[in-house]
Design a protein around this ligand. Structure first.
Ligand code: NAD
Ligand code: IPM
Ligand code: MN
Length: 358
């Protein structure tokens, strides 16, 4: 199989972990006889430095014709005081919006060998396996542009959703539930927000098309609590953009580290951008200690969702699992010193070695 892959490393640890995903994909290409061609483009702070904008047009064009897109992370202190349209994060929001990537899938499944690495009790997190479907191109992040103003001491962000935006992401979540445990939790703030009342109404309507799926509505504040007290009560969760952003970072605690979690952002045509859920981690950037596994697992999601290479995706996921079972881990995973704490490159090498032995 021949595929063109766009790499958007971005900033901070994004640049360090992107190489890990690339070499793992190179290995998969060799082992399974595929041809992956990579095209790298700047985004975020790196693009501001090189081109003066957070998302250069050439990167957009490359993404539009790519078979799959991998993104590291954007952002950093250097660019924090720039005006909103020149912030690195604007580049990321723009590429999501331009490509219509409305469904952000964030699977949160702990590795059994890491149950003890979470600050939560093992008996609470054991067996948890959640898919957060986060709406990604609307809600509080995008508002209605004409209403988003900064006016002296006041600022407005609008939580606007059109019915069609909710319908498509909710439908995606129901479809995901159908191939999982057939339980959907819709998270909203319907006791306060009008947009949530519309959201809830649409979930109820849609549920008629999926009678096998049990539906539960949970208010976002209670959901935040339940996620860490009873994570096993969730299968698929669907929610608004900002709620999903916050809840997925919280859910990462179940696994032991945010550095382990991948995500897939998909549009109507199944075109996808794949990125770990964490950020550019300025506090550890440049030290060579970032966990590359969320990025590597994002590459596996690309093989599965965009290229339909299930066997190859699974091979990567199994290799990551085995590396962790063998005790290898990066510094973000708080495991008693056992001599198997490694840096980004060594962790990547361990995964490559396991893959080669398949
Ligand atoms: P962050 O996710 O970058 O870091 C939070 C904490 O987790 C830090 O202590 C960091 O060291 C740790 N961490 C994150 N990923 C790790 C990994 N792979 N390995 C080891 N440790 C890891 O969040 P933040 O500090 O709030 O944000 C930093 C910058 O990243 C900001 O500019 C923010 O806007 C940006 N950001 C970008 C993305 C993205 O590009 N998708 C996502 C989140 C935040
Ligand atoms: C994420 C990040 C982004 C978001 C930021 C950097 C715009 O936190 O991908 O989770 O909030 O969507
Ligand atoms: Mn986030």
């Amino acid at each position: 199989m021949q595929k063109e892959i766009v790499l958007l490393p971005g900033d901070g640890i994004g640049r360090e972990i992107m190489n890990s995903a690339k070499v793992v994909l190179d290995k998969v290409a060799t082992l399974y006889n595929h041809q992956f061609t990579f095209h790298s483009h700047a985004i975020g702070g790196a693009a501001l430095d090189e081109h003066g904008v957070p998302l250069p047009e050439e990167a957009v064009q490359a993404c539009k014709t790519a078979d799959g897109i991998l993104l590291g992370a954007v952002g950093g202190k250097k660019w924090e005081s720039l005006p909103p349209h020149l912030r690195p994060e604007k580049g990321l929001l723009e590429i999501r919006s331009t490509l219509g990537l409305f469904a952000n899938l964030r699977p949160i499944k702990g590795f059994s060998s890491l149950l003890h690495a979470s600050p939560l009790k093992e008996e609470v997190i054991k067996g948890s396996d959640i898919l957060i479907v986060r709406e990604l191109t609307g809600g509080l992040y995008f508002g209605k542009p004409s209403e988003r103003r900064e006016d002296g001491d006041a600022a407005i962000d609008t939580l606007y959703y059109h019915r069609s935006e909710i319908e498509r992401v909710v439908d995606h979540a129901f479809k995901s539930a159908m191939i999982r445990d057939k339980h959907l939790t819709s998270v909203d703030k319907a006791n306060v927000l009008e947009s949530s009342r519309l959201w809830r109404e649409i979930v109820e309507e849609k549920s008629k098309e999926y009678p096998e799926v049990t539906v539960e509505h949970v208010l976002v504040d209670a959901a935040a609590m339940k996620l860490i007290t009873n994570p096993n009560s969730f299968d698929v969760m669907v929610t608004e953009n900002l709620f999903g952003d916050i809840l997925s970072d919280e859910a990462s605690v179940l696994t032991g580290s945010i550095g382990l979690l991948p995500s897939a952002s998909l549009n109507e045509d199944g075109v996808g951008l794949y990125e770990p859920i964490h950020g550019s981690a300025p506090d550890i950037a440049g030290k060579g200690i970032a966990n590359p596994l969320g990025m590597i697992l994002s590459a596996a999601l690309m093989l599965r969702h965009s290229f339909e290479l299930e066997e190859e995706a699974k091979a990567i996921e199994d290799a990551v699992q085995e590396a962790l079972e063998q005790g290898y881990h990066t510094a973000d995973l708080h495991i008693q010193n056992d001599g198997k704490q490694v840096g980004t490159e060594e962790m990547t090498q361990v995964v490559l070695n396991i893959l080669s032995k398949k």
